[in-house]
Design a protein around this ligand. Structure first.
Ligand code: CMC
Length: 394
């Protein structure tokens, strides 16, 4: 095995070439197809960013109208999918249902598993997935609540329709308004791709065996469900709630985070790649202020605690020295909570946002005809030994 280099966790090994997302962790730069994340979050919509990631260019008006029109046409899921819902326990975690039902799409569209699909056939699967995942995602929540399922509304844009399927407007909490829709657009845009992270690498690896788009994305959803990957925004909100319950003294928790004998970490702080700042966090902090103000929640204790923690950490030598800054998850949970989305659904929201990235990366891998992924290993087991019959074993 002399020629195999070990790189646990692929910290320094490029597994693929990719023209989709550029990330510079030292400089805090994130670009989709060359466009800065700041410009996309401010000026674009999630559906336009999805087009950009999947097809490599910003759409013309006609292309965008065609793309969203096709998606709208496919938002309904087969009625038999509802029967599968009935088989799940009502307390099932939404991610368990989401990954299962996305994989189940291969049963409803069996032709999707063919390795020889034409460009048009692949595109139909792309459209179906973009269209049906929000419906299934919203229904996982309805299932858990024991509510009747809301069918998609063809007269609504992608984000408004998702919120409509989650809640029946007007709700007691808020009405569907442009500030809420814009906040959701931003959150989804910021999560849409992040180059070769764990779930995306999973999608590419599974897809490299010529597995179907639905099967590959379902595998990505399971990877995302891991608490080390997609679960941090939930942990941030739980931490803020714990601080609130404890009386709201942030300095106590900052001290705990710095204490090397205490395993507590400030959730939503630090990042493996971003070592100066996470460009997504800056955008999301502003969006949190806007949406909470619009919903009359500007005095929310959680927002206040979050801001105090951020301020304290950014001026503390411990965090400065270790280059620990708020990451994308620090404020996203606060926005989801303000929108009435329960914590168990946070990772589903992440999946909704990451979907165009997974699709774009799967498609790029297919179009580049990449070979099947097959990592090597450094063997550490026994050397050769002879079989011993069971009577003679001690
Ligand atoms: N609170 C307190 N100390 C911390 C924290 C934190 N959140 N994060 C890192 N440190 C300390 C750590 O104890 C270590 O200190 P020392 O050098 O004295 O031993 C030093 O900073 C370096 O930490 P590390 O664990 O070696 O850094 P890493 O790059 O391997 O870990 C991380 C990155 C994100 C796992 C880590 O910062 C962390 O656990 N953060 C909290 C969880 C979190 O917010 N995760 C979401 C990540 S963003 C989601 C995404 O984009 O997918």
């Amino acid at each position: 095995t002399g020629y195999v280099t070990l790189d646990s966790g692929y910290k320094n090994t490029g597994a693929t070439k990719s023209a989709i997302t550029f990330l510079d962790g030292e400089e805090g730069i994130l670009r989709y197809r060359g466009y800065p994340i700041e410009q996309l979050a401010e000026q674009s919509s999630f559906i336009e960013v999805a087009y950009l990631l999947i097809y490599g260019k910003l759409p013309t008006q006609a292309e965008l109208a065609d793309f969203s029109g096709q998606i709208t046409k496919h938002t309904l899921v087969h009625e038999d999918v509802r029967k599968i819902f009935d088989g799940f326990p009502s307390a099932a975690h939404p991610m368990a249902i989401l990954s299962s039902l996305i994989c189940a799409l291969t049963a409803f569209y069996p032709e999707s598993v063919s390795p020889d699909l034409s460009k048009e056939e692949i595109n139909l699967n792309v459209i179906r997935l973009m269209a049906k995942l929000p419906t299934i995602a919203a229904w996982t929540y309805k299932n858990q609540m024991g509510h009747p399922l809301n069918y998609p509304r063809n007269d609504m844009d992608y984000c408004s329709n998702f919120l409509h399927m989650m809640f029946s407007f007007p709700t007691e909490k808020y009405e569907l308004n442009p500030v809420v829709v814009s906040a959701l657009n931003k959150l989804l845009i910021l999560h849409a791709d992040h180059e070769q992270n764990c779930s995306t690498s999973t999608v590419r690896l599974v897809g490299s065996a010529n597995a179907s788009l639905y099967g590959s994305v379902s595998a990505g959803i399971n990877a995302l469900w891991g608490p080390l990957h997609g679960g941090a925004n939930q942990e941030v909100v739980e931490m803020l709630e714990a601080i609130e319950r404890d009386g709201g003294d942030t300095s106590k928790f900052i001290a705990k985070a710095k204490d090397k004998n205490d395993s507590f970490r400030l959730m939503g702080f630090g990042h493996r790649v971003y070592k100066n700042f996470d460009p997504r966090a800056t955008i999301i902090k502003k969006a949190a202020d806007e949406v909470l103000t619009a919903l009359g929640l500007q005095d929310s204790p959680l927002l206040k605690i979050a801001k105090e923690l951020e301020q304290a950490a950014l001026t503390d030598e411990y965090f400065i020295q270790r280059k620990l800054y708020p990451n994308v998850d620090f404020y996203s949970g606060i926005i989801y909570k303000a929108l009435g989305i329960p914590t168990e659904m946070f990772t589903v929201m992440f999946a909704l946002g990451r979907l165009p990235g997974w699709i774009a990366q799967w498609k790029e891998m297919r179009e580049n005809k990449e070979p099947i992924g097959r990592p090597r290993q450094i063997y550490t087991g026994e050397t050769a030994r002879d079989y011993v019959s069971i009577e003679q074993r001690s």
